[in-house]
Design a binder for this molecule. Sequence first.
Ligand code: FES
Ligand SMILES: [Fe+2]
Length: 332
Amino acid sequence: MRNLDPVNYVSPAIHSEDVQRIFSATWQLIGPASRLATRGDYIAVEIAGQKIFVMHTRDGLRAFRNVCRHRGARLLPEGTGRCNTIRCPYHQWVWGEDGSLLNVPFWGDDAEFELSDWALDQIEWRVWRGLLFVAIAPETAFDDQLGDIIAELEGEPIEDYTWVHEERLVFDANWKIYTDNFVEGYHIPGIHPAFHRAIEFEAFETTALDGMVRMTAPPRDGLFYRGKWMWMWPNWTLSLFNGGMNTSRINPVDHQRTELIYNFYFADTSDAAAEARAQTIEGNLQVIREDFEVCLETQKNYASGGYRAGPLSPRHEQGVAYFQERLRASRA
Ligand code: FES
Ligand SMILES: [Fe+2]
């Protein structure tokens, strides 16, 4: 197998295709559904630049585009909050929690105007094992996209863990460079020396399955990781800890900037375990940050024209090959 041609990581035109053919067309992990436990709770996020929000309403969850039907302003700021109606900050149109337009102040005489013509655009959502997903224009059934992760996590009590913390990390590289890096352990000796010492690297295994890549390695004593890391098409991850897990969404800001939205979940949320949880989170973030420099410098080499596609390791880069195969298929 050959690595993907570098143009795929640096072209704004190819990035626009990624947004339409991948990010709009797939189910996107938003985070723990438990953050929307009470009526009025909402979470507003971007999916490759497309603004959406999900709200806990009288009728359960509803997901909408975070775009005003008047002149397109953002309705709710990114993040979490609580409200009963949705008021556009620009000209103060007001929608109810079901997305119906309720009030248009200072409009003037207009016999043509019907409130019912200007409801918010709804999008689809799913909650699977405590995790909230949305899809703007899904082209795949939810279970088909998830693929083998459904069976892979059957014995793991993931919905019993309590969400504790969200962390957003931003760096200057294309989302595919970061993903190529995430789905291989080949770089662990070079980039993560402490992590390397904490696992039996000789026994590191990478397996491409349906819709996911599974990486495992036996942890040595004292490592917070359980020794199992998973990436799911097109852009979410789940890694197991001792007594918890993290999830992440790899979200493009633009063709050369990416944000990671990490969430951390634990079984033991007692005060006595607070220090251990903080250490796990910090240890995990350290490993994540260690990847940024190599991603940034690789991005520069791809952009410079100084790189031609090289070979992929059959032992360690099966996950890279699988991800890139899915990318090629998404363009076909
Ligand atoms: S853009 Fe929202 S009310 Fe005008
Ligand atoms: Fe890494």
